[in-house]
Write a protein that binds this ligand. Structure first.
Ligand SMILES: [Zn+2]
Length: 66
C-alpha cells in the first residue's frame, strides 16, 4: 500500500488489491477479473473491466455477440 504517497492518497478502490471496478457487463462494482471488449449494437465496441461473476458466465474474455 502507498497511502503515504500524496499523489496517490485516495480511497479509490483501484489503488487496492484486489481491484474493484465497475463491470461493463452488469454495471456492478465487483472484483475485476479481466479486461474484455464487448460489442453493444453494431460496431459499437466497449473495452473495460469485467467482474468475476460475469467472466465466469462468459467463460473467458471475448467479444460478446448481440
Ligand atoms: Zn459483472
Amino acid at each position: 500500500m502507498s497511502w503515504n504517497n500524496r499523489e496517490n492518497n485516495s480511497t479509490n478502490p483501484l489503488d487496492q488489491t484486489p481491484v474493484i471496478d465497475r463491470c461493463i457487463n452488469c454495471g456492478d462494482h465487483e472484483q475485476v477479473h479481466a479486461q474484455i471488449t464487448m460489442e453493444f449494437g453494431e460496431g459499437n465496441l466497449n473495452t473495460g473491466p469485467i467482474c468475476k461473476k460475469c467472466y465466469a458466465s462468459n467463460r473467458g474474455p471475448r467479444i460478446a455477440q448481440f
